[in-house]
Design a protein around this ligand. Structure first.
Ligand SMILES: [Cu+2]
Length: 456
């Protein structure tokens, strides 16, 4: 299931690939690192901007800047007090993806931040160390707002992550990588203008940006580096590796550290998923981070130059503390059929998202077992990713077998190719209210592949 299936995947790219073949002398600069923001009050201004890239300039959106946003960083136990100012001429929302938050502050489609107004969510961080993120979630507009640049990382630290002997210096040996494909037009800009096939297959790009930059350079001393990877694309499923073919160690998934680290030379991230990896760079070499888009092309996304300077090497931990969600005998079972019923009709259990319909209710302080199935046939054979708000869940099985070790840790988003069936265990604690579940391929989500549940 974590290998790419060889499926005919019709990619209808509008326009051609207009990015000049890049040699070693591209004008690209150093990898930008989003600044850290934290403390007692966090201010985020949602604003319009312009992103300059080697191919041209694009009209974009950002938090406190032209494109993307700062990395929010808080500790478990701290209060997140966030003042968002929407300076746009249109409504939006901001959702805290992967965070356990009160429903009223979840930032889903019901918590609209009107054009020109403020929103002040306030909640206590009560979950383990993890790499999470934030992005808009306005009904029918999520894809466009994220595409234009509204996204940022949200890092949580705790005593356990402090105690680990792993790279921790943000931007130095602990490096955030937000990967996003974008479709550049003939004029060198990107914009969000989907045609009906783009809804079916996702708004797939013809170049991949890292932290909002095109083929940037990362200069490293010899040593061990930690990368926090987010697939921030709208719909592209990405397979990530190094051009050298070197192996690395995966230490964390969506919601925090894995029970056992995983040694591999490639990982797949569907939109919204995160992994943290440790990679050793020994000797002077040039390598790059390679991104292969499912059904699309392969890109050398980030150039990595290793200098002769001796940095620090770390042993890669073999296991971590992780408390899985274990169903009990009272656990309610539910099933979710993700189904494409024709062009633009994306359903879960036969229904499209309706703001006025609560799809089901469940009890606070209960555990449940959900079975999710991608019911895909023929032309409707497309991947989906299933995301649940408020909780980190445990994957019990994939197609009847125990999950791959990469899916054995805390998750909030899972990838399902056509025909796949995934069983997850969830625990709903502390908060009541209305939360979303949906496909995280944003074109599918906006086309209705979403529902809402009420915790009572
Ligand atoms: Cu989908």
């Amino acid at each position: 299931m974590l290998l790419f299936k060889v499926l005919p995947f019709l990619l209808l790219a509008a326009g051609g690939l207009l990015v000049a073949e890049s040699g070693s002398e591209t004008a690209a600069g150093l990898l930008p690192i989003p600044p850290i923001i934290g403390g007692e009050q966090i201010r985020l201004r949602i604003q319009a901007g312009e992103l300059e890239l080697p191919m041209g300039s694009s009209r974009t959106l950002g938090f406190n800047g032209d494109y993307l946003g700062p990395t929010i960083r808080l500790r478990r136990g701290e209060v997140a007090d966030i003042r968002l100012e929407n300076s746009l001429a249109e409504d939006t929302t901001v959702h805290w993806h992967g965070l356990h938050v009160p429903a009223e502050f979840d930032g889903g489609p019901h918590q609209v931040i009107r054009a020109g107004s403020d929103w002040n969510p306030r909640f206590t961080i009560s979950q383990p160390a993890a790499t999470l993120w934030y992005h808009p979630h306005l009904m029918g507009k999520t894809a466009e707002h994220v595409y234009r640049g509204l996204a940022g990382l949200f890092i949580i630290d705790d005593e356990y992550s402090d105690s680990l002997n792993i790279p921790k210096e943000y931007g130095v040996d602990d490096i955030p990588l937000i990967l996003q494909d974008r479709r550049f037009e003939r004029d060198g800009s990107f914009r969000y203008a989907p045609f009906p096939p783009d809804i079916m297959h996702g708004y797939i790009g013809n170049a991949v940006l890292v932290n909002g930059a095109y083929e940037p350079l990362l200069k490293l001393d010899r040593g061990t580096y930690r990368f926090r990877l987010l697939n921030g694309s709208n719909s592209s499923i990405m397979r990530i590796s190094f051009s050298s073919g070197q192996e690395f160690t995966v230490i964390a998934s969506d919601g925090g550290f894995l029970p056992e680290s995983v040694r591999t030379d490639r990982i797949i991230l569907s939109p919204g998923e995160r992994y943290e990896i440790l990679a050793d760079f020994d000797g002077t070499e040039q390598t790059s981070l390679v991104t292969e888009i499912y059904g699309g092309k392969t890109y050398e996304t980030l150039k990595i130059d290793v200098t002769e300077k001796e940095g620090r090497f770390y042993d890669h931990p073999g296991s971590f503390r992780y408390r899985a969600v274990v169903p009990d005998k009272d656990s309610v079972r539910r099933s979710f059929r993700m189904e494409t019923r024709g062009m633009g009709r994306f359903t879960i259990n036969g229904r499209r998202m309706d703001m006025n319909t609560v799809n089901f209710s469940l009890m606070k302080n209960s555990r449940e077992v959900w079975t999710i199935e991608n019911v895909g046939m023929g032309m409707m054979n497309v991947p989906h990713s299933f995301h649940v708000h408020d909780v980190q869940f445990s994957v019990l099985s994939v197609n009847g077998a125990p999950p791959h070790p990469l899916y054995a840790g805390p998750k909030d988003t899972v990838l399902l190719f056509a025909g796949d069936r995934v069983e997850i265990a969830l625990e709903f604690q502390e908060y009541t209210g209305l939360y979303m579940y949906h496909c995280h391929l944003l074109e599918h989500e906006d086309a209705g592949m979403m529902g809402q549940f009420l915790v009572e």
